[in-house]
Design a protein around this ligand. Structure first.
Ligand SMILES: [Zn+2]
Length: 179
Protein backbone atom coordinates (compact mmCIF):
# COMPACT_ATOMS: atom_id res chain seq x y z
CA UNK A 1 0.00 0.00 0.00
CA UNK A 2 2.73 2.39 0.99
CA UNK A 3 4.58 1.58 -2.21
CA UNK A 4 1.61 2.24 -4.45
CA UNK A 5 1.01 5.58 -2.78
CA UNK A 6 4.66 6.38 -3.38
CA UNK A 7 4.38 5.40 -7.06
CA UNK A 8 1.24 7.49 -7.56
CA UNK A 9 2.95 10.40 -5.84
CA UNK A 10 6.06 10.00 -8.01
CA UNK A 11 4.00 9.92 -11.20
CA UNK A 12 2.15 13.03 -10.04
CA UNK A 13 5.42 14.86 -9.40
CA UNK A 14 6.81 13.76 -12.78
CA UNK A 15 3.64 14.96 -14.50
CA UNK A 16 3.80 18.30 -12.75
CA UNK A 17 7.48 18.84 -13.41
CA UNK A 18 7.49 17.65 -17.03
CA UNK A 19 4.22 19.17 -18.16
CA UNK A 20 5.68 21.95 -20.30
CA UNK A 21 5.82 21.59 -24.08
CA UNK A 22 9.14 22.17 -25.78
CA UNK A 23 10.07 23.26 -29.29
CA UNK A 24 12.75 25.39 -30.92
CA UNK A 25 12.65 28.67 -32.81
CA UNK A 26 15.23 30.68 -34.73
CA UNK A 27 15.35 34.03 -36.48
CA UNK A 28 14.26 32.36 -39.74
CA UNK A 29 10.81 32.10 -38.09
CA UNK A 30 10.75 35.91 -37.63
CA UNK A 31 12.17 37.36 -40.87
CA UNK A 32 10.64 40.84 -40.48
CA UNK A 33 12.05 41.31 -36.97
CA UNK A 34 15.43 39.96 -38.12
CA UNK A 35 15.44 42.50 -40.95
CA UNK A 36 14.53 45.33 -38.58
CA UNK A 37 17.34 44.38 -36.18
CA UNK A 38 19.90 44.37 -38.97
CA UNK A 39 18.63 47.72 -40.24
CA UNK A 40 19.01 49.33 -36.81
CA UNK A 41 22.26 47.72 -35.63
CA UNK A 42 23.98 46.77 -38.88
CA UNK A 43 24.83 43.44 -37.21
CA UNK A 44 22.98 40.38 -38.55
CA UNK A 45 21.19 37.88 -36.35
CA UNK A 46 22.63 34.40 -35.85
CA UNK A 47 20.85 31.23 -36.97
CA UNK A 48 21.15 29.48 -33.61
CA UNK A 49 18.19 27.56 -32.26
CA UNK A 50 16.48 28.77 -29.09
CA UNK A 51 14.39 26.41 -26.99
CA UNK A 52 10.86 27.51 -26.13
CA UNK A 53 9.27 26.07 -22.99
CA UNK A 54 5.52 26.63 -22.88
CA UNK A 55 4.60 25.95 -19.29
CA UNK A 56 1.39 24.22 -18.30
CA UNK A 57 0.84 26.38 -15.22
CA UNK A 58 2.06 29.60 -13.66
CA UNK A 59 3.58 27.55 -10.83
CA UNK A 60 5.63 25.58 -13.32
CA UNK A 61 6.62 28.81 -15.09
CA UNK A 62 7.95 30.45 -11.93
CA UNK A 63 9.72 27.24 -10.95
CA UNK A 64 11.62 26.56 -14.17
CA UNK A 65 12.19 30.18 -15.27
CA UNK A 66 12.93 31.69 -11.86
CA UNK A 67 10.77 34.68 -12.90
CA UNK A 68 7.97 36.30 -10.88
CA UNK A 69 4.44 34.97 -11.45
CA UNK A 70 3.25 38.16 -13.13
CA UNK A 71 5.77 38.01 -15.99
CA UNK A 72 4.37 36.63 -19.27
CA UNK A 73 7.65 35.29 -20.57
CA UNK A 74 11.38 35.38 -19.95
CA UNK A 75 14.68 34.57 -21.61
CA UNK A 76 17.67 32.90 -20.02
CA UNK A 77 20.66 31.10 -21.55
CA UNK A 78 19.26 30.26 -24.99
CA UNK A 79 15.89 29.35 -23.53
CA UNK A 80 12.57 31.17 -23.71
CA UNK A 81 10.05 30.41 -20.98
CA UNK A 82 6.37 31.13 -21.60
CA UNK A 83 3.38 31.18 -19.28
CA UNK A 84 0.51 28.88 -20.36
CA UNK A 85 -0.58 29.87 -23.87
CA UNK A 86 -4.05 30.89 -22.63
CA UNK A 87 -2.47 33.73 -20.59
CA UNK A 88 -0.50 35.23 -23.49
CA UNK A 89 -2.49 37.55 -25.79
CA UNK A 90 0.01 37.47 -28.68
CA UNK A 91 2.36 34.49 -28.58
CA UNK A 92 4.19 35.32 -31.82
CA UNK A 93 5.02 38.80 -30.59
CA UNK A 94 6.00 37.50 -27.16
CA UNK A 95 8.45 34.99 -28.67
CA UNK A 96 9.81 37.69 -30.99
CA UNK A 97 10.25 39.92 -27.90
CA UNK A 98 12.24 37.26 -26.03
CA UNK A 99 14.25 36.34 -29.13
CA UNK A 100 15.21 40.02 -29.44
CA UNK A 101 16.42 39.94 -25.81
CA UNK A 102 18.61 36.97 -26.79
CA UNK A 103 20.11 39.03 -29.62
CA UNK A 104 20.75 42.23 -27.64
CA UNK A 105 22.41 40.37 -24.73
CA UNK A 106 25.66 40.31 -26.74
CA UNK A 107 26.11 44.08 -26.17
CA UNK A 108 25.73 43.88 -22.38
CA UNK A 109 23.52 46.99 -22.23
CA UNK A 110 21.90 48.07 -18.98
CA UNK A 111 18.50 46.35 -18.87
CA UNK A 112 16.46 49.49 -19.61
CA UNK A 113 18.37 49.98 -22.87
CA UNK A 114 17.94 46.31 -23.81
CA UNK A 115 14.20 46.43 -23.08
CA UNK A 116 13.82 49.66 -25.09
CA UNK A 117 15.61 48.16 -28.10
CA UNK A 118 13.51 44.99 -27.90
CA UNK A 119 10.30 47.06 -27.93
CA UNK A 120 11.54 49.03 -30.96
CA UNK A 121 11.88 45.70 -32.79
CA UNK A 122 8.45 44.37 -31.76
CA UNK A 123 6.68 47.75 -32.05
CA UNK A 124 4.45 46.68 -29.18
CA UNK A 125 3.99 50.18 -27.67
CA UNK A 126 3.38 51.96 -30.95
CA UNK A 127 0.14 53.97 -30.81
CA UNK A 128 -0.21 53.48 -27.05
CA UNK A 129 0.12 56.07 -24.31
CA UNK A 130 1.05 55.12 -20.73
CA UNK A 131 2.41 57.07 -17.78
CA UNK A 132 6.19 57.28 -17.91
CA UNK A 133 8.47 56.40 -15.00
CA UNK A 134 11.01 58.94 -13.76
CA UNK A 135 14.74 58.26 -13.89
CA UNK A 136 14.34 55.03 -15.83
CA UNK A 137 18.04 54.17 -15.53
CA UNK A 138 17.66 53.95 -11.74
CA UNK A 139 14.53 51.80 -11.60
CA UNK A 140 15.05 48.37 -10.02
CA UNK A 141 13.09 45.71 -11.89
CA UNK A 142 12.61 43.76 -8.68
CA UNK A 143 10.54 46.69 -7.32
CA UNK A 144 8.02 46.41 -10.16
CA UNK A 145 4.79 44.46 -10.55
CA UNK A 146 2.61 43.52 -13.53
CA UNK A 147 1.19 47.05 -13.93
CA UNK A 148 4.31 49.09 -13.27
CA UNK A 149 6.35 46.76 -15.50
CA UNK A 150 4.23 47.95 -18.42
CA UNK A 151 5.06 51.56 -17.53
CA UNK A 152 8.71 50.55 -17.23
CA UNK A 153 8.80 48.83 -20.62
CA UNK A 154 6.91 51.73 -22.25
CA UNK A 155 9.33 54.29 -20.78
CA UNK A 156 12.34 52.25 -21.97
CA UNK A 157 10.85 52.25 -25.46
CA UNK A 158 10.30 56.04 -25.45
CA UNK A 159 13.77 56.87 -24.07
CA UNK A 160 15.74 54.45 -26.25
CA UNK A 161 13.78 55.46 -29.38
CA UNK A 162 14.77 59.05 -28.65
CA UNK A 163 18.48 58.14 -28.41
CA UNK A 164 18.35 55.99 -31.55
CA UNK A 165 16.53 58.67 -33.56
CA UNK A 166 18.84 61.47 -32.46
CA UNK A 167 22.21 59.70 -32.34
CA UNK A 168 21.90 56.21 -33.84
CA UNK A 169 22.75 52.72 -32.60
CA UNK A 170 26.55 53.17 -32.69
CA UNK A 171 26.30 56.05 -30.21
CA UNK A 172 24.15 53.90 -27.92
CA UNK A 173 26.66 51.06 -28.19
CA UNK A 174 29.65 53.30 -27.39
CA UNK A 175 27.95 54.99 -24.47
CA UNK A 176 26.17 52.05 -22.79
CA UNK A 177 27.27 48.79 -24.37
CA UNK A 178 30.23 46.47 -24.80
CA UNK A 179 31.23 45.15 -28.20
ZN1 LIG B 1 11.45 42.43 -22.36
Amino acid sequence: MKNSILIVFSILIATITLAYSLYTVSWSDFPLSAEKIQKITGIPVSDELIKVYTCSSTAEFTEISGSPYWVLASYKEKRIYLQPASLIPNITRTISHELSHSYFKQFKFPYWIEEGLVCIITGEWRGKSLDKLDKIEQVEISDLDFYTYNNYSYTCWIEVSKIINENGFDFLLKKYGVK
